[in-house]
Structures are given as C-alpha cells and as structure tokens.
Write a protein that binds this ligand. Sequence first.
Ligand SMILES: [Zn+2]
Length: 147
Amino acid sequence: MKLEKFFRYSLAIGITGAVINLILFATNIYYNLVIPIFEKSMDDGPAFTFIDDLTFYTPLIFMALFLAYLIAGQVYLKIHREKKEDEATEKLIDKNAGIQKALDDKAEFLKHKYYTNCPKCGAVREENTSVCSFCGTSLLIEMKKRQ
Ligand SMILES: [Zn+2]
C-alpha cells in the first residue's frame, strides 16, 4: 500500500528532520545563510520585512511539518498494524472452523453403515460417500449405537 511506504520510516525521518530544523532555528544558521541574499537584492520595506520574518521562522515551520509527519505516521502505522493482526486472527479462526467442520462431518459419517451397492441402480458405492454418485439415492443403512 502507498501510505504504508510513505510512513514506513516516519519515526526516524520525523525526529531527524525536527531536530535539524530546531538546531537551524536555535543557532540562526539558516537565517544567517539566507537573509544576506535578500539584503543584497531588496530594499527595506514591507516586502523585505515579510521575507525577513518568513526566513526567521522557516526552520520552525519545517520542524512543525516534520512533527506532523511523525505523528501522522505513528498513528497510521499503529492502526494499520492492528488491522493486519485482526485479519490474521480472523483467517486463523476461519481455518480452524473449517478443520472442525471436516472432523465433525467425518465423525458423523463414521457413525453410520452404508450399502456397498446402490439399492436402486446397483452402482458400487464410492469411498467416503453416503449417496449414490450415479442416481443420488441415499446409501444409508442404519445408525450405529453411540458409545
Ligand atoms: Zn444408484
């Protein structure tokens, strides 16, 4: 699934990204690196003030994005994991029910006696069948006494 791949490493990437951006913000590395570019090419004014603020807060914005990615990823993976476990459990229950039914059917089958030949058409009874495979007549003779 696509989202599963997208969130697979969200814990490591989220923490790393958030920490790096926190360091960039706390040390002003990003700001000191980027703002001279605008200082050279722009005059002082409202536009520059906006760029100045934006540059200052950019690492914090990225930190928030990394944290959001981290949290969304953890929530998604937890839900997805639980869903997968539920599906596996359901499959196991279905499988067990199937085995149990086969055993019950076999036990029920073994309680009875059957004609070796069909009383109606004379066909030989096939192994593990209780009805004639040619005409569908029941081959049941009697019930064995329960022990
Ligand atoms: Zn028959």
